[in-house]
Design a protein around this ligand. Structure first.
Ligand code: FES
Length: 160
């Protein structure tokens, strides 16, 4: 492990903190040590592709997780979602050198938070109808009404 790279990432962590206008957020906790990393992503259009404009993180955890998260938020800028999804914990922590066995889960936690944020964004993107529903009754309202009607009919019909 490269201690200089670790110290420099820790002394000046990049993109630390909540991102209020983020498109997606992902959180992962480690059952091993109880630490946690949360990552926010913001996308933009570039050359007809949707790429990561910026990322930020919060880490309630060890120094290695903070350093890897800081590096990861820099490494994924400009990447598409597919490209970012393919980045392993080892790639995200590459500037630190190989992590010692006790610290491998720290990098994996950052990878997990990144993947959770990437997947969270796609979940939002595949259900735009709910978010942009017109002011009329939604499908859920219609189903609820149908349920009420069915319930009334059932109550009326059963005694006969
Ligand atoms: Fe658990 Fe680093 S994240 S010790």
């Amino acid at each position: 492990m490269n201690e200089d790279a670790l110290q420099s990432a820790l002394s000046n962590p990049q993109n630390l903190g909540e991102m209020p206008d983020a498109d997606a957020v992902g959180t992962v906790g480690s059952p091993d040590c109880g630490d946690m990393v949360r990552m926010w992503l913001k996308y933009k259009e570039k050359d007809g592709k949707k790429v990561i404009d910026k990322a930020s993180f919060q880490s309630f955890g060890c120094q290695t997780a903070i350093a890897v998260a800081s590096l990861a938020t820099e490494l994924i800028r400009g990447k598409t979602k597919e490209e970012a999804l393919q980045m392993s914990a080892a790639e995200l922590s590459a500037p630190l050198g190989a992590l010692p066995p006790m610290k491998i889960h720290c990098g994996q936690m950052v990878e997990g938070a990144l993947k959770a944020a990437l997947e969270a964004e796609s979940a939002v993107a595949t259900t735009p109808a709910a978010a942009t529903a017109p002011t009329g009754p939604t499908l859920m309202d219609s189903l609820a009404d149908a349920g009420k009607t069915a319930g009334k009919i059932k109550i009326v019909l059963q005694p006969s």
